[in-house]
Design a protein around this ligand. Structure first.
Ligand code: PGA
Length: 254
């Protein structure tokens, strides 16, 4: 079972990060809804800022486009000022949540252990987790990519047995927002490593989607997607322009 398996449906997810005002968010979502209609087999996920989730949900709810959050807390409720629970995202219409993005790890000190708790809570709540992993430039240049990816994988996914609701996103930190994407070969190498780690862990390893993220755009999406183990993309900057995001969806091509 491989890339054409009905389980590994290609995915393109747009991470809007802390961008878009309400008007921009609605315009962007509308343009994507209008352009994709019900034409594509590719799973499309939009991850707007929390405050626009409700508005975007109204636009996508009767389409094939899914909604995702950008983070959750691992507790269900309580005195955690500024945090959002998995249940809240689910109630807002989310099917997905991004967990362990490198910006959360770097700016907010998120650890693999916290990422692990968040993944467990997401899955328990019925959300699918897009779990982000990736090495820094320093780690890559000192030949530590494999070691770092293995450590992040094992610690973030410790105790997960059912991978049904897990999507992995390989996002080299040095490629995020820098305009410098990993080459298709560099990305494929890490995807192969992740696939082999999945094989040690999950009985359905060949069915689990592994996305690439980091400066994906309409020109590099095709060659990256041509790699055997790249099942789609987590897109930041290029997801903020509907034409560019749609071109990436087209490059995935189904
Ligand atoms: P980028 O971001 O596409 O702007 O590099 C990717 C991401 O952060 O998920």
């Amino acid at each position: 079972m491989g890339k054409t398996s009905s389980y590994r449906v290609p995915m393109v997810a747009g991470n809007w990060k802390m961008n878009t005002d309400r008007e921009e968010a609605l315009r962007l979502a509308k343009e994507i809804v209008q352009a994709v209609g019900s034409l594509y087999k590719t799973e499309i996920v939009l991850c707007p800022p929390y405050v626009w989730l409700g508005d975007v949900y109204q636009l996508v709810k009767s389409t094939r486009i899914k909604l995702g959050g950008q983070n959750i807390h691992w507790e269900d409720r309580g005195a955690f000022t500024g945090e959002i629970s998995a249940q809240m995202l689910k109630a807002a219409g989310c099917k997905y949540v991004i967990i362990g993005h490198s910006e959360r790890r770097r700016h907010f000190g998120e650890t693999d252990e916290q990422v692990n708790r968040k993944i467990k809570k997401a899955v328990e709540t019925g959300l699918s987790a897009i779990v982000c992993l990736g090495e820094t430039l320093e780690e890559r240049e000192s030949g530590k990519t494999k070691e770092i990816i293995e450590k992040q994988f094992r610690e973030s996914l410790a105790g997960i047995v059912d991978f049904d609701k897990i999507v992995i996103a390989y996002e080299p930190v040095w490629a995020i927002g820098t305009g410098r994407n990993a080459t298709p070969e560099q990305a494929q190498d890490v995807h192969v490593l992740l696939r082999s780690l999945l094989k040690d862990t999950a009985k359905d390893a060949a069915e689990i989607r592994i996305l690439y993220g980091g400066s994906v755009n309409s020109s590099n999406a095709g060659p990256l997607f041509a790699q055997n183990d790249i099942d789609g993309f987590l897109v930041g900057g290029a997801s903020l322009k509907s034409t560019e995001f749609l071109a990436i969806i087209n490059a995935v091509g189904t």
